[in-house]
Write a new protein. Structure first.
Length: 146
């Protein structure tokens, strides 16, 4: 298992408790791993590989289940850009995504959802608020024959 100092893991344990999750050894280890690299987009396979490289011994199914538990608790955001292709985003704040279809790279762009013209025109009523906005903009290189 990757070494996590008691002081560092205590904060992670408390945060998991606040989110309603029991701070198991596996959850604490994955939470530390996910928060160590800043904002990132990772597949379950990426997280599993990073965990193994860090010496964290978990079954792939356990990693997958914990990622979904973290998503349900608000620690991660799940980004599905097409069937069978899912990323877990460590940035849970308001932003949109740009997917480069050539490289497969997903990139964040900060945005204030209230500033989107489309949302201003929705006329949802005074008793409704926007809880979240999910936008994926797909880009690719222009074909030479166009």
């Amino acid at each position: 298992m990757a070494s996590i100092s008691e002081h560092e893991s205590d904060g992670v344990r408390e945060h998991l408790r606040e989110l309603g999750l029991r701070p198991t050894r596996q959850r604490v280890a994955l939470a530390r791993l996910l928060t160590a690299g800043g904002h990132r987009h990772l597949s379950a396979e990426d997280v599993y590989a990073e965990a193994r490289q860090a010496g964290i011994r978990l079954a792939y199914t356990t990693v997958y289940n914990i990622l979904h538990q973290f998503t349900a608790a608000g620690l991660l955001r799940e980004v599905v850009v097409e069937s069978g292709r899912t990323w877990f985003d460590t940035n849970t704040g308001p932003h949109l995504h740009v997917l480069d279809e050539d490289s497969g790279r997903l990139q964040d762009f900060a945005i204030d959802p209230k500033s989107l013209p489309l949302l201003k025109d929705l006329n949802l009523g005074d008793d409704v608020e926007i809880a979240d906005v999910e936008v994926v903009v797909r880009v690719r290189r222009r074909s030479a024959d166009k």
